[in-house]
Design a protein around this ligand. Structure first.
Ligand code: TNX
Length: 522
């Protein structure tokens, strides 16, 4: 009898040793808690094993949760490229499914509107969230947990292994943005989409488009067609410029929306308006059209603040813009109005605010707008003057933090950087990261702050390579500031996480700045 039992026993031990050997070989090098995810998740609990994505895997959503279908499709499209697997999207029942990735709605209110839970077991991966936005952010985390070649546009060899464990995560700020200036140099729809994808990968949820400036008017306004026909035809340096038709703008809005990014359009006024003043003579106080401008000076132009036609013009522009912008905000600029006397500037801003509100939108303006009497729903974007931002807070307005000497992605890294400007500061990667929005201005505390935005002005940049060089690697740092709670902050640990992003940047062919301050992993 005893003999009879021993044989399977030895055989079982043998199998266990082989299995142990195989799983050792496959075990990921890092624990889940050591994965260099940016922005850093709030809470990670390690498991002890691995999940391996295989060619028969699928992406599932629970029966009757059809609203998650397109989110699943996004994940399937993303993973099927580099893995070469089909990864069909299908409805599954509550028991989930082995070997797949299942996305499901959760009722866990502690996750908030944008949080998610990611569970990785040896059998399956589940992402749970209370909204599709949360599920989307769970996907972005999952993306960074796979080997870097998951970012490749061509099929790569696996294995596609994840460490097991659990992540629970939600953002600190609800407004996490970047800006792109498409006025100084024009960037076309495909380039803007690529920029949107960069933001989405780091869980940013706002793209502010600086659509008009002295050098170009970039958005079709049907009631004032010469704005783009004439005013869109140049850019800094005298290039041919360009503009978005309303259909193209809607295409950008839809593309962003599918990635949970809100577009905030900016029409800068009363200054930064030379392109409009060149297109319509009647907008000038002297009734004479200006020449198109392709230099880089600021603050020399102004709409005529005491002509009625100016307000008819603004009403038409805001009406058309509001009707194709689903998000709640319209940005009216308001910066650097050096040739508009303050006694004209103040009533101008107050009247423009009423126009924006009449079109059922919330006004945002650069911090100078706080000189005017503002409605408390209006938002001021701090970029230069603390006293302006404080004035806004004193009026009950919320503030977006974009301090130029920390958050301007068009600033040079150091004196040797060939692209960019340096009027505000040189902003190395550590300086871009090492600031806390809620402590930056003594009088402005967490409760006054809507969120964080990193602007990219385009006087010196003309193509995607240039954009990438200034944006990477600073953008992930702004995302970390905006998303991750303070307990994770610290340059010493952040720079290590950032250095480990290098193989991802390489796989995406991103032209990033290889700062000497960062221990890049090759
Ligand atoms: C200041 S920031 C500006 C822009 C320039 C930028 C260049 C702001 C509200 N105005 O007009 O493009 O500096 O860094």
């Amino acid at each position: 009898m005893q003999q009879h039992f021993r044989l399977p026993y030895y055989f079982g031990c043998f199998l266990l040793i082989i299995a142990g050997f195989l799983s050792c070989k496959q075990a990921p090098k890092v624990k889940l808690s050591e994965a260099p995810v940016i922005p850093c998740p709030i809470e990670t609990i390690d498991g002890e094993s691995i999940f391996s994505l295989k060619d028969h895997a699928f992406i599932g959503y629970l029966n009757e949760q059809d609203s998650l279908r397109s989110t699943c499709q996004y994940l399937s499209d993303f993973l099927s490229g580099p893995t070469g697997y089909e990864l069909p999207v299908k409805a599954v029942d509550g028991s989930g499914g082995k070997g797949g990735i299942v996305i499901q709605m959760s009722t866990n209110a502690s996750l908030g509107n944008e949080g998610y839970e990611l569970n990785i077991s040896p059998e399956e991966v589940t992402i749970s969230a209370t909204t599709t936005a949360g599920a989307f952010y769970g996907i972005q985390t999952l993306r960074q947990l796979f080997p870097a070649l998951i970012e490749s546009s061509e099929v790569q060899e696996g294995p596609w292994i994840l460490a097991t464990g659990k992540i629970r995560d939600f953002p600190e700020y609800s407004y996490r943005g970047a800006m792109l200036d498409v006025a100084r140099h024009f960037f076309d729809v495909e380039q803007v989409k690529k920029y949107i994808d960069f933001l989405a990968g780091y869980k940013l949820n706002v793209l502010h488009l600086h659509l008009t400036d002295d050098q170009g008017w970039r958005i079709e306004i049907k009631s004032w067609p010469k704005l783009t026909e004439h005013g869109g035809q140049t850019e800094v340096g005298g290039g041919e410029g360009g503009f978005y038709t309303q259909d193209q703008y809607k295409e950008i809005v839809d593309y962003a929306q599918a990635r949970h990014i809100m577009i905030i359009p900016e029409i800068d006024m009363p200054s930064h308006t030379n392109a409009a003043l060149a297109s319509y003579a009647e907008l000038n106080c002297d009734g004479k059209a200006r020449e198109l401008y392709s230099g880089t000076d600021v603050g020399f132009s102004t709409l005529c603040t005491d002509k009625e036609i100016t307000y008819q013009f603004i009403d038409d522009v805001i009406r058309e813009l509001a009707s194709m912008t689903p998000g709640p905000y319209i940005h009216i600029g308001g910066d650097e109005s050096h040739v508009t006397p303050l006694e004209d500037y103040i009533p101008f801003i107050e009247r423009v605010e009423k126009i924006v509100v009449a079109h059922k939108k919330i006004m945002i303006g650069w911090d100078e707008i706080a000189h005017a009497k503002l409605d408390p729903s209006t938002i001021a974007q701090f970029w230069a003057r603390r006293d302006n931002a404080i004035l806004a807070v004193e009026q009950g307005c919320k503030v977006i933090m974009s301090p130029a000497n920390r958050a301007y992605m068009d600033m040079k890294y150091d004196s040797t950087t060939s692209l960019g400007l340096h009027w505000a500061a040189y902003i190395e990667v550590d300086s871009a990261y090492l600031w806390d929005p809620s402590r930056f201005v003594d009088e402005i505390s967490r409760k006054n702050i809507l969120g964080v935005e990193a602007p990219l002005w385009s006087e010196t940049i003309t193509n995607m390579d240039d954009i990438e060089y200034l944006v990477f690697p600073r953008l992930p740092g702004y995302a970390d500031i905006a998303w991750s709670a303070n307990k994770h902050k610290g340059w010493a640990s952040y720079k290590v996480r950032l250095g480990k992003q290098a193989p991802r940047f390489e796989a995406m062919n991103i032209n990033y700045y290889k700062s000497k301050l960062v221990p890049w992993v090759q």
